[in-house]
Design a protein around this ligand. Structure first.
Ligand code: ADP
Length: 430
């Protein structure tokens, strides 16, 4: 600054030095005119540069438009560099903020940022989908105006965030969300939304399963206990005693079957991928036919349809158990005089093992649920034929492990067809 002042003073002095001899030798007014002219030139010079600065400051751009003269050049240069640095810093911050937003968008959990009045500041796309928000239009809106479920509104209003809120989404029936509210930056709030649908479903399945197993075992146990009590308390004749003992044996067999099927299911579930043994289908079908004939005890016609081609790669015990379940169901749910047909077809595109029967059939509404554990169309009928309700669950698991699908077609009163379809990779020997 002092250098500028000295420079201005020197220029004024120069004007004075030129003006003095002019005023002395020519005329006084001429001297003043020269002096004022000198000062005027200086003023014009500064005004010109100031105007440039003024123009540039209205819309600062980082280009060569800000060029000054003399002392102004240094000032403009520093200003220019400052503006450039500032812009670089802003660009860097913008990039960092964009990265943070991208990280927020990449989260698989939903995130909503709220201000002190629960108005939305930001939410990521996951939260948009989970809560039905649209950040473009919903920014600044109170979140309770958009998510109106009473339990959510009550949770936010209660201001006790020590436990998460479990919310069954009213937008999609089967979605279950767990909402955590975490205070931050003083009075702001971060809402973290986890989709716990799967965990909730598994939890419910586990509870249902325990309840089902207990129920299934309790029934024969109660019957057994009742018979035992009778035997202990009442003196029975040999014939009646034998009848009671027979019924007790039946109940204990029933419990054994349930436990056996449960063990089979759990061993399939926890087992490593099935072996890749070559399963000789001609042999296997022959064995299945003999089992079916033994179970039917002559009450049904057991037929086999196969062109004798192709074998399977997989775990023989698992496939025997799966196919055996289909065959025994067909025999058990087909009244005497009916036909049970075992069909094997293999081609380079894949193979199919099917069991067709002319039995009681199944109402279509039950078909999607048949492979659920303990699901039975008619509980009494299944019990009468010695069913546990676990057979088709075992079939489905075993087939899944072999990348095979179970296809069920049935008409009540006419019969059913259960087909296991194997991909080409599982078929050999064609
Ligand atoms: P269950 O031990 O009761 O037979 P499954 O899991 O093997 O249990 O079968 C589930 C239900 O599917 C059975 O209770 C029965 O109602 C029905 N079902 C299975 N196979 C047949 C079939 N071939 N014909 C008619 N109903 C069947």
């Amino acid at each position: 600054m002092s250098a500028q002042l000295i420079r201005a003073a020197l220029l004024a002095l120069l004007a004075a030095l030129v003006a003095l001899p002019v005023g002395y030798f020519v005329a006084q007014w001429a001297g003043w005119a020269v002096f004022c002219g000198g000062l005027g030139l200086q003023l014009a010079f500064h005004f010109r540069n100031f105007s440039r600065l003024e123009r540039w400051s209205r819309a600062p751009v980082v280009d060569s438009s800000l060029e000054g003269e003399g002392a102004w050049d240094g000032v403009f240069g520093r200003l220019y560099r400052h503006e450039k640095d500032l812009r670089a810093q802003i660009a860097k911050r913008d990039a960092e903020i964009a990265m943070l937003i991208e990280a927020g968008q990449a989260l698989t959990d939903g995130v909503v940022l709220l201000d002190a009045h629960n108005q939305i500041l930001f939410c990521n796309t996951t939260a948009e989908m989970q809560l039905g928000l649209v950040i473009r239009t919903d920014r600044g809106q109170p979140v309770v105006n958009l998510v109106r479920q009473p339990e959510f509104v009550a949770y936010l209003n209660a201001e006790d965030f020590s436990r998460p809120l479990t919310l069954r989404s009213d937008r999609s029936e089967d979605r279950v969300l767990s909402i955590y509210v975490i205070p931050y930056a003083g009075d702001r709030r971060l809402m973290q939304i986890k989709d716990v649908t799967q965990t909730d479903r598994l939890d419910r399945m586990r509870r249902d399963f325990v309840a089902n197993v207990s129920h299934e075992l309790r029934t024969p146990l109660t019957v057994l206990a009742g018979f035992l009590e009778t035997l202990q308390e009442i003196e029975l004749g040999p014939e009646e005693q034998a009848r009671y003992l027979g019924m007790m044996a039946e109940q204990s067999e029933r419990m054994q079957s349930i436990v056996q099927d449960l063990l089979t299911l759990s061993s399939i579930e926890s087992a490593p991928p099935p072996d890749n043994d070559v399963v000789d289908m001609a042999n296997l079908i022959d064995k299945l036919r003999r089992d079916a004939e033994a179970l039917s005890a002559g009450r049904h016609t057991i037929a086999v349809e196969t062109d004798g081609q192709g074998d399977l790669r997989g775990s023989e015990p698992e496939l025997v158990s799966a196919f055996g379940n289909l065959v025994s169901n067909a025999v058990r749910y087909t009244p005497a005089g009916g036909t049970v047909r075992l069909i094997w077809r293999a081609s380079p595109q894949g193979a199919e093992f099917a069991v067709e029967d002319t039995g009681i059939g199944i109402d279509p509404k039950h078909i999607p649920r048949l492979t659920e554990r303990f699901y039975r169309v008619d509980r009494g009928r299944s019990r009468d034929v010695g069913g546990t309700g676990l057979g088709l669950a075992i079939v489905k698991h075993s087939l899944n492990r072999h990348q095979a699908a179970l296809d069920i077609k049935s008409t009540p009163g006419t019969g059913s067809r259960f087909a296991a379809r194997f991909p080409a990779g599982r078929v050999i020997g064609l």
